[in-house]
Design a protein. Structure first.
Length: 100
């Protein structure tokens, strides 16, 4: 997580706010005082797309990304037409996204 914050040029406080995780929780994890991956720490790691395996876990699925879920909740009203339109838009963008 320290490397991620350094690469992004982001302060821990700002990242904690963006990941919706209390800053003291992340501070304890980054400083090494907390060694376990709690649900809140996992949320922050998922937000940063940092993959770590703790125990036996299924492979990371991009559909589980909290940012993607949040964007879908904001953009979709739950109607079948909206879901179909969003799916087609994502599929249409896939060549562009795959190039990055």
């Amino acid at each position: 997580m320290k490397a991620y914050l350094g690469r992004e040029g982001m302060a821990l406080n700002a990242f904690a706010h963006m990941a919706n995780v209390p800053q003291p929780t992340l501070h304890r994890f980054v400083s090494g005082r907390t060694k376990s991956v709690t649900l809140l720490v996992r949320r922050a790691l998922d937000y940063a797309r940092i993959k770590i395996v703790v125990g036996i876990t299924p492979e990371y699925d991009v559909a589980d990304d909290p940012r993607l879920k949040q964007a879908l909740r904001k953009a979709c009203d739950g109607r079948a037409e909206s879901i179909d339109l969003l799916a087609r838009l994502i599929e249409a963008l896939s060549p562009v996204l795959a190039g990055h």
